[in-house]
Each structure stands twice: as structure tokens, then as C-alpha cells.
Ligand binder design. Structure first.
Ligand code: NAP
Ligand code: G4F
Length: 335
């Protein structure tokens, strides 16, 4: 039996873990690309490191030669580009690095595919951040992009250059437009992980306070394990295309805090507003407060996706509820 070969850029990240697990289960040979500077040991993927169908290569999306060489050596059937400077807030501090990785890095992969082997199928990890400020209640593949950060703007370039290579060179290049998806493997500085970890530590007497930014933006949160199934399906279609992947539910940051507090049985009461808003515990002690430093120069106020196209064509829908996602995150917190 001939096994399919896949390259995953961004293998050490949250989605990298879930996608590797899925592809290994489907009998792929997976070539994961990690940076020299990736954390050692690569915690999320350590369980794959001794599997014979999993191979690691050093590479960096800012180093075009490394991308070219890996693709030339492996000549994979599929490439999944999950690599990015993925933090929207950080992109305001590192805009040029973010653009180099998230925009030019994608072009470098496409150029390598075009010159080495045009039959390689390519997946680009696009994002709901590309919609940015929008008037549309539900965002779909037809919604106009209006990004509000260097991160979002770089991802729009990546999305459009992927479409451009598809049209110009007939490369099987597809974009996912994924809304927020989380898990216990989410990076510590994203808001869901920060809330779950901090409230758990507060409950266990290991932390005094959780400090947050904007409590009132709305996000459409799903589970990463569900979303990598959609990513895989996108590359198994007969023709390349772009798909919104979302749950169709929205929730504010404050509602997420309340749901988490309820799940871990931590009684909290809110009072005040703006920068003075706080939450207290049952003894009246402040356990949540707000700091300006976590606000962004521009905010994306609400995101809620319409994944009807994915449901119809990919036969995909989100299966894990927000409550179950939070429970899974809580259960995996250190005791
Ligand atoms: P993540 O956990 O932050 O992982 C990002 C990955 O990119 C890591 O493996 C990181 O490697 C790698 N990376 C960063 N800079 C790189 C560079 N210069 N060269 C090569 N690799 C580099 O992100 P995620 O949540 O798994 O998301 C995966 C992708 O989906 C990202 O492109 C993100 O922008 C996009 N996305 C995510 C969401 C979401 O809600 N999670 C939604 C929409 C789109 P290191 O370990 O070396 O840092
Ligand atoms: O968790 P966040 O940092 O995620 P954000 O900005 O929505 O981006 C994530 O989802 C995108 C998909 O839409 C991905 F493309 C991207 O790679 C990333 O995975 O922030 C969520 C919301 C924001 O409105 C932010 O202002 O939470 C608000 N927030 C409030 N306090 C905070 C905090 N965000 C963070 N990170 N930290 C806070 O203390």
C-alpha cells in the first residue's frame, strides 16, 4: 500500500498536534516542521516523536531556502500550512515579523510548490480575523474582509495569494477560514486558556487575581479536535475551494468567564464598569480586574460564522459544545 505523505508547517502548535494525530490515524507519513527556536522538548508533540511515520525537520517560514529544500526532499502529496505568528495582540508589537511569517511565508510555500511539484495539495490556515470589523451578523465565504490588525491583514494577503496560485497555476490550493478554536493545548496567552488556568489556580489557592482586557468582544469558539477534521476534509475534495469553519454560536469574554466559574464551582459577583469593573469571590475579595494593557489598538467586536457551505459540501459540523470544551480544558489543568 502506498502511504500518503504530508508536510505540516506549524506542527508544534495546538492545531499541529490535533492534525498530526488525525493524519497518523489515517496512515499518513507526517513530516512536521519545527523551528530551531521552538520550545524544547516540543511538549505538544512529544508523544509522536518516536513513531516511525512521524519525522521532524528544521525549518522556518522566514527562511525561504529551508521551505524549498524540505518540499524538494519530501515531495509530499499534501502540505498543511498551520504556521503563523498567531497572536493578534502581539501582531501590533511585531507587525513586520508577523507579515513575514503569515504573508510572505505562505507565498514562499506556494512558489516552492509551483516550481517543485504542482500536484501537491495545499491548505492555508485562514482566520475569521480577516473579517475584522463587519456589519454582517453571520460571516460567510461571501463576507467582505476588513481586517483590524497586522495579523488579520497578513492573513488576507495569504488567503488571496492562495486563490491567485490556484487560478493562475491550477494548483490545488484551498483556504480554511476558521473561527476561534481552543483546547487544553491552547497557548497560555490566549484568553480562553488564560481564564481557565487562572480561575482554576484561584480556586486552588495558587493565584490571587486574573487580570483581563476587553470583556465585551464576542467570539465563536469551537474545539480544535473538531476543526482539524474540517481541515483534512478540505484537502480531500475533488476541487480546491475556500470554507468557513465555525459553530454559529457567539459568546462574550465575560460570559466565558461566568461559564468557567460555574464549571469549577467558583462563586463570583461582578460590579463596576469600564476599567473599574471587577469580580469578587464569596468573601468579597477582588479576584478579577481589568487592565488597559490587554486592550488592542483596534478590536474586532464580534465574530460569528456561517458554516453552511462546509456542512453541505464537506459534511462537516462542529460536534463539541462550548460547555464540554471548557470542561475538557478544566480537567486538563494541573491539580
Ligand atoms: P499556535 O498554537 O500558535 O501554533 C502556531 C505554529 O506556528 C507553531 O507551531 C509555531 O512554532 C509555528 N510558527 C510560528 N512562527 C513560525 C515560523 N517563522 N516558521 C515556522 N513555524 C512557525 O496556533 P494554532 O492555534 O495551532 O493555529 C494554527 C494556525 O491556524 C495558525 O496559522 C493560526 O493563525 C490559524 N488560526 C488559528 C485559529 C485558532 O483559533 N486557533 C483560528 C483561525 C486561524 P513554534 O512552536 O516554533 O512557536
Ligand atoms: O484569545 P484571543 O487572543 O483570540 P483572538 O484575538 O480572537 O485570536 C484568535 O482567534 C483568531 C480567529 O478569529 C485566530 F486567527 C488567532 O490566531 C487567534 O487564535 O482574544 C479573544 C478576545 C479579544 O477580543 C481580546 O481583546 O479576548 C479579548 N481579551 C480580553 N482580555 C483578551 C484578554 N485576549 C487575550 N489574549 N488576553 C487577555 O487578557
Amino acid at each position: 500500500m502506498i502511504r500518503k505523505k504530508a508536510i505540516i508547517f506549524g506542527v508544534t502548535g495546538q492545531d499541529g498536534y490535533y492534525l498530526t494525530k488525525l493524519l497518523l490515524k489515517k496512515n499518513y507519513i507526517v513530516h512536521g516542521i519545527k523551528r530551531r527556536s521552538s520550545s524544547v522538548p516540543t511538549n505538544r508533540i512529544s508523544s509522536f516523536l518516536n513513531q516511525k511515520n512521524f519525522k521532524i525537520h528544521y525549518g522556518d517560514l522566514t527562511d525561504t531556502s529551508s521551505i524549498y529544500n524540505i518540499i524538494k526532499i519530501v515531495k509530499p502529496d499534501e502540505i498543511y500550512n498551520l504556521a503563523a505568528q498567531s497572536h493578534v495582540g502581539v501582531s501590533f508589537y511585531t507587525p513586520i515579523f508577523t507579515a513575514n511569517v503569515n504573508a510572505i511565508g505562505v507565498l514562499a510555500i506556494l512558489e516552492a510548490i509551483r516550481t517543485i511539484k504542482k500536484e501537491i495539495k495545499f491548505y492555508q490556515a485562514g482566520t475569521s480575523e480577516m473579517f475584522g470589523k463587519t456589519k454582517e451578523k453571520f460571516q460567510s465565504e461571501k463576507t467582505v474582509f476588513n481586517p483590524q490588525s497586522p495579523y488579520g491583514a497578513a492573513k488576507v494577503f495569504a488567503h488571496q495569494i492562495t486563490q491567485n496560485y490556484r487560478d493562475a497555476y491550477k494548483i490545488f490550493a484551498s483556504n480554511g477560514i476558521l473561527f476561534n478554536h481552543e483546547s487544553h493545548l491552547r497557548g497560555d496567552n490566549f484568553v480562553t486558556k488564560k481564564i481557565v488556568s487562572s480561575l482554576t489556580r484561584i480556586k486552588n489557592g495558587k493565584q490571587k487575581k486574573l487580570v483581563l482586557g476587553n470583556l465585551y468582544s464576542k467570539r465563536d469558539w469551537g474545539h480544535a479536535a473538531d476543526y482539524v477534521e474540517a481541515i483534512y476534509k478540505i484537502l480531500q475534495q475533488k476541487k480546491p475551494d475556500d470554507f468557513v469553519i465555525a459553530t454559529g454560536r457567539d459568546c462574550t469574554i465575560k460570559e466565558f468567564v461566568n461559564k468557567t466559574a460555574k464549571i469549577i464551582n467558583l462563586g463570583i459577583k461582578w460590579r463596576g464598569n469600564g476599567l473599574n469593573e471587577i469580580a469578587t469571590d464569596k468573601n468579597g475579595k477582588t479576584i478579577i480586574s481589568i487592565d488597559k494593557k490587554y486592550f488592542r489598538p483596534l478590536e474586532v467586536d464580534y465574530l460569528k460564522g456561517n458554516a453552511a457551505k462546509a456542512k453541505k459540501i464537506l459534511k462537516w459540523k462542529s460536534k463539541i459544545s462550548l460547555e464540554d470544551l471548557i470542561k475538557e480544558m478544566v480537567q486538563n489543568e494541573p491539580k
